[in-house]
Design a protein around this ligand. Structure first.
Ligand SMILES: *[C@@H]1O[C@H](CO)[C@@H](O)[C@H](O)[C@H]1NC(C)=O
Ligand SMILES: *[C@@H]1O[C@H](CO)[C@@H](O)[C@H](O)[C@H]1NC(C)=O
Ligand SMILES: *[C@@H]1O[C@H](CO)[C@@H](O)[C@H](O)[C@H]1NC(C)=O
Length: 301
């Protein structure tokens, strides 16, 4: 019996390993799909932690008692109805230390066992640089290689498939495996790569361009490709500029007027809420970031 169990274990260990990459402060989905829809329980775990439970969902409820405290209020299922076997996990406002291997397990109809059906590796990388732009603009993603004998340049977005944004080799751009959304919109700033300049320019930016970009080069003949810079491109709807000491207004308009609560957050802070307005008054409890003291709230009637 033991060898059979070991074999099953190995098989389940090997099940489609997926890598999800993001930067701190974002919500991220770890996809997982069960082929059986009669799911009795879902368990997401991180075997390197104690307790290892990231999320445990059983009989229509999240079990918070056995959960690792680091994930309290930071995890949710994409769909609590588990429609069509979707047991994907949402991790909210991820930190660098969310980097790790997550196992997705389900218990289905006829067995007591929670069976691991997928392993997902989450990589949360602090970008070397954050670039902010607005939709419609052109933006330069700066990158310089210290070695000038560059054989190939590659810009990638690890969250896309295919992940190639730009690929340049032997004096020309190669668009064969380029992600379709970047076709005709991306170019090197200097095709001569003078002084190791491998910056790229992205034209007519849209909201879907927001994400992590890796600047990679191949130099010497036998050298492997190496990441020399990670840039996070932020594409907010609006950029408000101000100077220290001034008041700034961040405009926001809801199309429904029956608003019961308003929340402003800054995902890079902990806690992330900067303003919470509900039932006619501002909340000021400790779950709100101390920045709140600088915030006011007004309505136009
Ligand atoms: C990550 O670090 C924070 C402190 O900054 C800690 O509270 C939390 O438990 C850690 N989470 C994990 C998953 O290690
Ligand atoms: C472009 O790259 C692909 C592989 O990504 C390769 O098969 C093809 O030969 C390249 N085309 C040119 C013109 O170099
Ligand atoms: C900022 O707003 C406060 C409160 O409304 C007001 O008292 C202050 O004069 C304003 N400061 C500037 C620089 O406009």
């Amino acid at each position: 019996m033991a060898p059979l169990i070991l074999l099953l274990f190995l098989l389940s260990e090997a099940a489609s390993d997926l890598i999800v990459e993001t930067v701190p402060g974002h919500d991220v989905i770890l996809p997982c799909q069960a082929d059986d829809s009669s799911i009795k329980a879902v368990k997401w775990s991180r075997p390197d932690l104690k307790p290892d439970i990231v999320l445990l969902y059983r009989d229509g409820h999240l079990n918070k008692y056995d959960q690792n405290p680091s994930f309290k209020d930071r995890v949710e299922l994409v769909d609590r109805d588990l429609k069509d076997g979707d047991v994907s996990l949402i991790l909210k406002n991820v930190k660098s230390n969310y980097t790790g291997i997550y196992k997705c397990g389900v218990k289905t109809g006829d067995t007591d066992l929670i069976r691991v059906i997928r392993t997902v590796r989450l990589q949360v990388t602090e970008p070397d640089l954050t670039v902010v732009t607005v939709p419609g603009d052109d933006v330069i993603l700066p990158c310089r290689a210290d070695d000038s004998s560059i054989r190939a340049v590659e810009w990638t977005r690890p969250d896309l498939k295919p992940d190639i944004v730009l690929y340049y080799r032997a004096g020309r751009l190669n668009t064969t495996d380029q992600h379709p959304s970047y076709k005709g919109r991306v170019e090197l700033v200097d095709r001569d790569l003078k002084d190791g300049d491998v910056s790229s320019i992205l034209k007519n930016v849209n909201k879907h361009d927001a994400g992590t970009y890796n600047c990679r080069v191949i130099t010497g003949d036998t050298d492997p490709i190496r990441i020399i810079r990670t840039i996070y491109l932020q594409v907010p709807d609006l950029v408000v500029e101000t100077v220290p000491g001034d008041n700034a207004t961040l405009p926001c308009q809801a199309d429904d007027s029956s608003i019961r609560a308003v929340e402003w957050t800054r995902p890079d802070l902990e806690p992330d809420i900067v303003l919470l307005y509900s039932d006619g008054h501002l909340e000021t409890d400790t779950s709100i970031h101390p920045l709140r003291t600088g915030w006011s709230w007004w309505t136009e009637i």
